[in-house]
Design a protein around this ligand. Structure first.
Ligand SMILES: [Zn+2]
Length: 119
């Protein structure tokens, strides 16, 4: 039986920027990596997710590493997430008090509904 070799335009599956295989915060192991979408500067979008739930990504547009989901196991991040949730709730309460029509309030609330605070 002969095999048909296909030439792939995808580079070998190895992350170029997110090379640390354990979480910075708690040392959890990597559970998933992704490399998809190549920026016109030649760099790939990369993501790495750890067993603790933390997720980091490399954004080629800015050539920088960003924390998408902070490690939930550090005291610093626990406090940060409490503050972020509190800020979002305060913002929603503030919107409710604004002197604007109901439709406008709903649009403002909707704009923040899916705002990523890091979960
Ligand atoms: Zn972690």
């Amino acid at each position: 039986m002969s095999s048909t070799k296909r030439k792939s335009n995808i580079e070998p599956f190895k992350l170029n920027h997110l090379v640390d295989e354990t979480c910075d915060g708690c040392g959890s192991e990597t559970v998933a990596i992704e490399k998809n979408g190549r920026h016109c500067n030649g760099e790939w979008f990369e993501t790495r997710r750890f067993s603790c739930g933390a997720r980091i990504k490399f954004v080629p547009n800015y050539s920088r590493v960003e924390v998408d989901t902070p490690c939930p196991n550090t005291e610093k991040n626990k406090l940060m997430m409490i503050k972020r949730r509190t800020a979002l709730e305060s913002l929603q309460q503030y919107i409710e008090k604004l002197d604007v029509d109901k439709d406008c309030k709903q649009r403002l609330v909707d704009a923040f509904k899916y705002f990523n605070i890091g979960r």
